[in-house]
Design a protein around this ligand. Structure first.
Ligand SMILES: [Zn+2]
Length: 431
């Protein structure tokens, strides 16, 4: 009798409460599968839980095929708000699967965010034409996009127009959060085919809705983004075009984050031994940049982790993904379960505001303060650590660059305080 009363009162629950329950269940569920039994309770439960169960889909290459083959797109396609595809290993059918995905994309009628990410260790070249298909198939509702091939995608340079830039250019006006790392890019991201920064219609705005735009021009395996069809670095061309666009277009929101990233490119051979591995984040709106130094302990066993000195003064030890995320100011975040969500959206969700990331929880970065890290013992053996102990000060730190130097790609160089110099053995001595 009590069970009957309970089930009838459950049946009367308002839709909003039922939805709230589904969000809480998802937030505490070990895997999305835990929500499945709820779908079978009743039609109302099915509707409420489907939107949370299918709301933010994250698939790796291992299950992309199953997802595409088994998803009932007609019934559940409209429940998908964000879709993340994570390529972790080389897979012969990935090109076919991405093409199939682009064919189904129009069924995801409420899609707000799409992310493709390729692991740095997955050395598989996917033709750029695949990403062109994906971008062109995104429904008009999709206003957040991440394409990160870790510079592994390849273009068929003999085929003109085999680049994704023009396709991204066409969807820029609706974009809110955009993050790109491709092997090649060019100014047609921001300039239309007729080579105009400004279109014929003076009221046209290219980035009226942008909240964050991140273009990463390097990959941890040493690749640097090039220019489509040319053997030149992408960084100078795209920073210049973006700079011109921001000067000419008053419609770009001034409170948006428009960041270009590169690694430090060796400028001075004589400082070769004193250069730090450096990630540079240029803030294109405010015309200033932060150069962030990383020190990797030599002879450390286990996965590679580095000490990073951050603009806020913090010193942390983290992995490659952590360095990149911190350098990019964490504008895109990982949710538990694998979904990639713009940070602003995930933070709104965490604060209890309405967002498409219902039930998503931020996955923490692999990040340890230097004083608690197991790498500290190895770092203490580095020559720079000993030099810092000797002089009693940091000899490298995050650097803020502004004025004519804000687009400098110079790496950070270890600098002794005045009154100190390096002797021929590489030891800091008083002079
Ligand atoms: Zn291009």
């Amino acid at each position: 009798m009590a069970a009957l009363a309970a089930s009838s009162s459950m049946a009367k629950l308002p839709a909003e409460i039922l939805f709230e329950i589904s969000v809480r269940v998802k937030a505490t569920a070990a895997t999305p599968k835990d929500l499945l039994p709820c779908v079978f309770v009743s039609k109302r439960w099915k509707a409420a839980f489907s939107s949370v169960l299918y709301g933010n889909i994250a698939v790796t290459d291992a299950v992309l095929g199953i997802f595409l083959d088994r998803l009932n797109v007609d019934e559940y396609g409209s429940c998908i708000r964000s879709l993340t595809v994570h390529l972790t290993s080389a897979r012969a059918d990935i090109e076919l699967r991405l093409t199939q995905l682009s064919e189904k994309m129009h069924k995801f009628t409420k899609l707000l965010s799409f992310s493709f990410r390729q692991d740095v260790k997955c050395h598989m070249s996917i033709p750029t034409s695949c990403f062109k298909l994906i971008v062109e198939s995104l429904p008009n509702t999709c206003v957040n996009l991440e394409l990160d091939t870790n510079s592994h995608n390849t273009s068929n340079t003999t085929k003109i127009n085999d680049h994704v830039c023009e396709s991204i250019h066409r969807i820029l006006p609706r974009m809110e959060h955009l993050r790109l790392r491709l092997s090649k890019i060019c100014s047609s991201l921001f300039i239309d085919k007729a080579d105009r920064l400004q279109p014929v219609d003076p009221d046209f705005r290219l980035l009226p809705n942008i909240k964050s735009l991140v273009i990463c021009c390097f990959a941890p395996w040493g690749a640097r983004t090039g220019v489509c069809y040319e053997f030149r670095l992408g960084w100078p061309e795209v920073t210049k075009t973006l700079e011109n666009l921001l000067e000419m277009d008053p419609g770009v929101p001034r409170d948006s984050y428009i960041y270009m990233l590169t690694d430090g490119i060796e400028p001075h051979l004589q400082h070769h031994y004193r250069q730090m591995s450096t990630v540079i984040r240029a803030d294109m709106i405010n015309k200033e940049s932060w150069a962030i130094p990383c020190a990797t302990p030599r002879n450390h066993e286990g996965p590679e982790r580095s000490l990073v000195r951050l603009p806020n003064g913090a010193e942390v030890v983290t992995n490659t993904a952590g360095i990149e995320s911190l350098a990019e100011d964490q504008l895109w975040l990982n949710a538990i379960g694998g979904a990639r969500i713009p940070a602003a959206v995930l933070k709104a969700e965490i604060q209890g505001n309405t967002s498409f990331a219902s039930g998503c929880i931020e996955a923490s970065l692999d990040l340890v303060p230097i004083e608690h890290s197991s790498e500290r013992v190895q770092l203490e053996k580095e020559s720079w650590w000993k030099a810092e102990e000797r002089v009693g000060a940091k000899i490298f730190d995050a650097e803020k660059r502004s004025g004519p130097y804000y687009l400098s790609t110079a790496p950070i160089v270890q600098m002794l305080p005045s009154g100190w110099a390096w002797n021929f053995l590489g030891t800091a001595v008083r002079v």
